[in-house]
Design a protein around this ligand. Structure first.
Ligand SMILES: [Zn+2]
Ligand SMILES: [Zn+2]
Length: 327
C-alpha cells in the first residue's frame, strides 16, 4: 500500500510505500476510493491536538470498498461500499459509552489522529464503526458527509429547534448544513470573513436567506448560532446575535482563545456549548436522511499524492465546499 504519512508535526506529508496490512478480528480492510480533507487534519498537522500517534496517516472522511474481512465480522461483506468517520473505536465500557455518549469515550481511537486514516490506498477500520453507504451517490459526493456532514448534524441538533439559525464560517460543514437546515424549514443566516463576497454568494446559492461578514449583525435575532470557524473571537460576537434563551454551539475541535466579554452578553439564559466528535447513532440518523434531503456537496478533487496542496488550499480558503483526495 501507499500513503501520505505525517512523520513530524509541522512537516509536509510524505508519499510512502508500506507493507500491506491485514485486518484483525472485528476489523475490515478497505480499498480507499476517496478521502475528504477536513480542517481537523490541519489541526493534527499543526500539532494543535495533543499526542497524535506519529507516524500517522491522516484522513477521516473515507469512502472505499471492503477487500478483506477479519474474523468475527458478520454484517459486512467483501465488496460493500462503506464510509469510515472520525470516531474509529470506543471502549464500550466507560461511563460515557454505557450512557450512550460514546462521542465522549474515555479511551477512544480517532481515525487519522490516533489510528491510521484514509490518505492512503488502503485502510484498516473497526467494522463496528464503518457505515454501510449503499450504492446511491458518488464516492466523491459522499466523502464530505462523513465528517463535515456528521459533525454539522450533531451541532444542528445541539442548536435546538429554533427557526433562525446563524452559521459562522461557511466551509465544508456549513455548506452541507445550510441545505439540511433549509430542508427542515429553518432560515439560515451565513457569516463569512468580512468582505468575502464569493463565499456569501455561495451561501445564498445554497438557500441562506441572508449572508454577510462576521462583523455584521443579522437583520433579525438568531435563535441559535453554530460556529464552525476556528476563531474564538466569534463566540461573544455570536452571543450578541442570538435572542434571549438562544444558544451558541462551538462545533470545531480546536479554537483560538475566547476573549473576555461582558456578562450582559450571556445574561437572559443564553448558552454556550461545544460539540465533540460523533456517535454511531448520529451517523445512522444523518446518512438515512441524506437521500431525502437531496444534499449536493461541492467538491474539489486532488490526486492522493497532492494531499499537501489540498491542505494548503484549505488553509488558504481557495475553494468553496470540500476538498477530496482521489486514490
Ligand atoms: Zn468508552
Ligand atoms: Zn473532520
Amino acid at each position: 500500500m501507499h500513503a501520505m504519512v505525517l512523520n513530524k508535526i509541522g512537516a509536509p506529508l510524505e508519499w510512502t510505500e508500506l507493507a500491506d496490512r491485514h485486518p484483525s478480528p472485528g476489523e475490515i480492510r478497505l480499498k480507499v476510493s476517496v478521502c475528504g480533507v477536513c480542517r481537523t487534519d490541519l489541526h493534527v498537522l499543526d500539532g494543535e491536538l495533543p499526542n497524535p500517534q506519529l507516524p500517522i496517516i491522516p484522513g477521516h472522511e473515507i469512502v472505499g470498498r471492503i477487500d478483506a474481512l477479519g474474523s468475527n465480522v458478520s454484517d459486512l461483506q467483501l465488496g460493500d461500499r462503506v464510509g469510515v468517520p472520525w470516531l474509529g473505536h470506543t471502549c464500550g465500557v466507560c461511563p460515557y459509552c454505557v450512557a450512550q455518549r460514546e462521542n465522549l469515550c474515555d479511551r477512544p481511537l480517532f481515525t487519522g489522529y490516533t489510528r491510521d486514516g484514509g490518505f492512503a490506498t488502503e485502510v484498516i477500520a473497526d467494522a463496528r464503526f464503518a457505515f454501510p453507504l449503499g450504492e446511491v451517490g458518488s464516492d466523491m459526493s459522499l466523502a464530505p458527509l462523513l465528517c463535515a456532514g456528521l459533525i454539522g448534524w450533531r451541532a444542528l441538533r445541539s442548536a435546538g429547534e429554533g427557526k433562525n439559525l446563524g452559521l459562522y464560517g461557511f466551509g465544508a460543514a456549513a455548506h452541507i448544513l445550510a441545505q439540511v437546515a433549509k430542508w427542515q424549514g429553518r432560515s439560515v443566516f451565513a457569516f463569512t470573513r468580512p468582505g468575502d463576497i464569493a463565499t456569501q454568494n455561495f451561501a445564498m446559492s445554497l438557500g441562506a436567506i441572508w449572508a454577510g461578514g462576521s462583523d455584521e449583525m443579522p437583520p433579525e435575532p438568531l435563535d441559535a448560532a453554530i460556529i464552525f470557524a476556528t476563531v474564538g473571537d466569534l463566540v461573544p460576537v455570536a452571543l450578541r446575535a442570538v435572542r434571549k434563551g438562544g444558544r451558541v454551539v462551538c462545533a470545531g475541535i480546536h479554537m483560538s482563545d475566547i476573549p473576555s466579554f461582558a456578562y450582559a452578553s450571556l445574561w437572559e439564559e443564553r448558552q454556550i456549548l461545544s460539540v465533540a466528535n460523533l456517535t454511531r447513532q448520529d451517523g445512522i440518523d444523518f446518512l438515512r436522511l441524506v437521500p431525502q434531503i437531496g444534499i449536493v456537496t461541492q467538491t474539489t478533487s486532488y490526486p492522493l499524492q497532492q494531499a499537501n496542496q489540498a491542505l494548503a488550499d484549505l488553509r488558504a480558503g481557495k475553494f468553496n465546499g470540500a476538498a477530496v483526495l482521489v486514490t
